[in-house]
Design a protein around this ligand. Sequence first.
Ligand SMILES: *Cc1c(COP(=O)(O)O)cnc(C)c1O
Length: 430
Amino acid sequence: MNTVNSQKAFQEAQSLIPGGVNSPVRAFKSVGGTPIFITEGEGAHLKDVDGNKYVDFVQSWGPLIFGHRDESIEAAVIEAVKHGLSFGAPTQAESELAKLVVSFFDSIDKVRFVSSGTEAVMSAIRLARGFTGRDDIVKFTGCYHGHSDALLVEAGSGAATFGNPSSPGVPADFTKHTLLAEYNNIESVKKCFADSSDIACVIIEPIAGNMGLVPADKEFLHELKKLCVENGALLIFDEVMSGFRASINGAESITGVTPDIVTLGKVIGGGMPVGAFGARAEIMAMLSPEGPVYQAGTLSGNPVAMAAGLAALSKLKQNARVMAVLESRGKRLVEGMQKEASACGITMQIDTRGSMFGFFFNEKPVKNFADACNSDAALFAKFHSLMLDAGFYFACSLYETGFISTAITDAMIEDAISASAKIFKEIANG
Ligand SMILES: *Cc1c(COP(=O)(O)O)cnc(C)c1O
């Protein structure tokens, strides 16, 4: 595969932008090689600056559930642009999108729009603290909730301890209220509640997608909810990734566990920068200007972004059955690849939730971040690079989830499986 122009573009970018990228995971660091510079997307495909074409299983890291350049989203955006890019004043489109979000989520009476998932989560945490009058929060190792200070904490060990910041620039003082627990391990959460009587909320990706795809066990979520209720803490489902991906009605519809606050992003903006957080009216009433918890944004509810989100979510509402089709394609993909890998003596762990799919090169099932870290990173890097050469664009890290869009056909899935078969043989033969 010729990537001369991508290499040149990357070199120039590195002289101007730290690491050449505006979000670190794009840099291909964990798989080696040069990131592919994109010129355009069309349906299921990405095209790069060297004229290569790839079937896109990343979809801008989740938002593009209808693929690139979906006709109705594109038309809605162009129409909105003609009326002005931003007003800093309310528009009816915001209520229209809010109505849709409320209709999808039983747990949400009211919603506020922001411009990213990071902002949504950061604001939801403030709201939970304001509502409960408490300071501590519990998060799970391996869950990603955006890059705000208090949430940028990983685990040093499996035990629940007060968190240490995992990035320079985050004062330890800012993360001392962040307690860590282990995913799918209720005892570790109990320990947090034993250690602190000041827990405002527990935040979790109910279907974790940022340590690879690792869904929480239903039983675990039920017990988590119970613990929150018993201790007067709020439960926040961070569905920035899983929202409208795992199910159009949220993880609550799959698990039967009702969160107090839900955070959304990615698909909700149809490819434009939109995040949101919602809850029952009693909680949302705490938010400024109705209540005292401050939160604001110059471009929040931006009319062009709202138009894209409205088009995407309306289309989902009208085509709810599409979720089952996407899931069956994702299943076929990972089951097909697993079978080919197995024939070459390579063990793969696989899972799907709606249009999300995940796989690990791992001998054992993956239930938490420590398990995910035991996966074969070198094998993943090889697989990633060879699949890219074969025209299949997978996320450039083993800790990411893959996505199926409606533009990806059964034939493309079969092609990807065939390509993987060749690649596993090549890898097995050294
Ligand atoms: C992507 C993501 C975020 C952060 O969203 P941004 O729009 O990148 O700021 C937060 N939480 C989860 C679960 C995510 O997947």
